[in-house]
Design a protein around this ligand. Structure first.
Ligand code: DX5
Ligand code: ZN
Length: 225
């Protein structure tokens, strides 16, 4: 499968969100990454299902909803109804992760699990076969524009081998500090979804940033062809 680009709207201009979404979509974004934060699981508050629903009305590409909230089970239905195509929950926020994942799938939404930089991917061993998506955090979640944590990216290699060992096909997303400068490396070690906020919406030309990502993806396809 070809790698995908998922701009994170966290760094977008919220006063002109629809326009910014259209710009990145036209430039070749594959998914929109929506960061939901509750001020408890992470030290920041963003938005909830109401905003996801509004974005759904204007977006032509699927919505990848990343829940950085405690007790996500209480809100899964609302986010599914709001139009999420994928919902990712944090392994650190889910004592009954298997149940949470089943609940997401029962809502006909793809189920993802995210792991913080200090959480080992071995926490996914017993749930991997149930997942549609794995999200490797390469910053401590909460804010856009943070520095990429290289040691956390090494987990992409580990989780890739866990997936291949089980003959599964689960895309691996990488979230935090991702930009055209490290895209080649991340694709080279097996990242399938490049999530990027600041390097796209913080750039003077978001279109050009997406083009650079697309070029990195094309290079990686040529390398593996
Ligand atoms: C971090 C969020 C990320 C964030 C990435 O808490 O989960 O999705 O928006 O932003 P950048 O690309 O700016 O690190
Ligand atoms: Zn995110």
């Amino acid at each position: 499968m070809s790698a995908l680009i998922a701009p994170s709207i966290l760094s977008a201009d919220f006063t002109r969100l629809a326009e910014q979404i259209e710009i990145v979509t036209q430039a070749g974004a594959d998914l929109l990454h929506l960061d939901v934060m509750d001020g408890r699981f992470v030290p920041n508050i963003t938005f909830g299902p109401l905003v996801v629903k509004a974005i759904k009305r204007v977006s032509r590409i699927p919505l990848d909803v990343h829940l950085m909230i405690e007790e996500p089970d209480r809100y899964l239905e609302s986010f599914a109804q709001a139009g999420a195509n994928t919902i990712s929950v944090h392994v650190e926020a889910c004592p009954h992760l298997h149940r949470t994942v089943q609940q997401i799938k029962s809502l006909k939404v793809k189920a993802g699990v995210a792991v913080n930089p200090s959480t080992p991917v071995s926490t996914l061993e017993e749930i991997l076969q149930e997942l549609d998506y794995v999200l490797i955090m390469t910053v401590n979640p909460g804010f856009g524009g943070q520095e990429f944590i290289r040691a956390a990216a090494a987990k992409i290699v580990k989780v890739k081998s866990m997936i291949e060992f089980r003959s599964l096909k689960i895309p691996i997303g990488v979230d935090g500090g991702v930009g055209p400068d490290n895209a080649d490396d991340l694709l080279g070690i097996g990242a399938d979804v490049l999530i990027a906020g600041n390097s796209i919406f913080g750039a003077s030309d978001p279109r050009a940033a997406i083009t650079k990502f697309r070029e990195a993806i094309a290079r990686s396809r040529r390398r593996t062809a």
